[in-house]
Design a protein around this ligand. Structure first.
Ligand SMILES: [Zn+2]
Length: 274
């Protein structure tokens, strides 16, 4: 009887959840590619994941972002106060990403011209540098809100294959809104990047929500905050537009945990009706 009960518990919660509870750690969220998990641990616990020493808030909260292409299992090195280090492994469920194949495109639409490659590399390094930083902000613990409301024109994770060449997956969610639509901060934070005109993303704003979590807002027509400025959830930070490489007016909104890209839509829930 005892074994049957244990089997039922394992079926209901999975091995990982049971193991985690035993270790004094708990998680809110799913071990799935592109997911962000909020964790809780006793003060003084040392947790290492993906080469990052995870900071705990004063309430013992921490955060983990699983990349779109996160390998399974995810492995955490955990040292509870006064205990030996343990390794915890969690099976990561595969994401279901869309694949879009377009053939017969002119070469110039598949690869950017050689003349702009140096600029593209410089700009992507600038964004990587911002994402590499971690702060003590705690905006990441909030329930994120949609920065704009409208029709979702492209979801997270989609893989585009142009003329047979796989391109970078789509790491944000696109919401089709008219140019000039107010864009709200998805959570509390501090502005970490203001760029007026990046090659791909045009007017680009990033907000640091703490512990490696950042949000990015792209194709903006106007940015209304300054680098280093503190912003509150729901505050208008920019106006949407169509700058950079955009096929129409839309807000591209993305969330990352260090250099892992997570699905912003998983943090807000589905788009509320207007
Ligand atoms: Zn996009």
């Amino acid at each position: 009887m005892k074994c049957a009960l244990l089997a039922m518990l394992l079926a209901a919660f999975g091995n990982a959840a049971v193991a985690a509870a035993d270790e004094g750690l708990s998680f809110k969220g799913q071990w799935r590619q592109g997911a962000m998990l909020l964790g809780h641990a006793p003060q003084g616990t040392k947790i290492v994941f993906d080469g990052h020493d995870l900071a705990l808030t004063p309430y013992g909260s921490f955060v983990i972002g699983l990349d779109r292409d996160e390998k399974s299992p995810a492995t955490l090195q955990v040292t509870l106060p006064g205990q030996a280090q343990k390794t915890l492994s969690y099976a990561v469920a595969p994401g279901k990403w869309k694949v879009q194949r377009i053939n017969g495109l002119p070469k110039s639409e598949v690869n950017p011209p050689q003349a702009v490659m140096a600029r593209i590399h410089r700009e992507s390094q600038e964004i990587r540098d911002v994402r590499a930083k971690s702060s003590d902000l705690i905006g990441f613990t909030q329930h994120f809100i949609w920065p704009v409301r409208g029709r979702i024109s492209s979801v997270f994770g989609s893989q585009r294959i142009l003329n047979g060449e796989p391109k970078q997956p789509h790491y944000g969610v696109d919401v089709a809104v008219p140019t000039g639509t107010p864009v709200k901060a998805a959570a509390d934070g501090v502005v970490s990047l203001v760029a007026q005109n990046l090659y791909f993303t045009g007017g680009t704003l990033m907000i640091d929500h703490g512990h490696g979590v950042q949000s990015v807002y792209c194709h903006l027509s106007r940015i209304e905050v300054k680098d280093g400025e503190a912003v509150k959830q729901g505050q208008t930070v920019a106006l949407s537009g169509q700058s950079g490489r955009a096929t129409g007016p839309n807000l591209h909104w993305g969330v990352s945990w260090f250099d892992n890209h997570v699905d912003a839509m998983a943090l807000t829930g589905s788009m509320p009706r207007n």
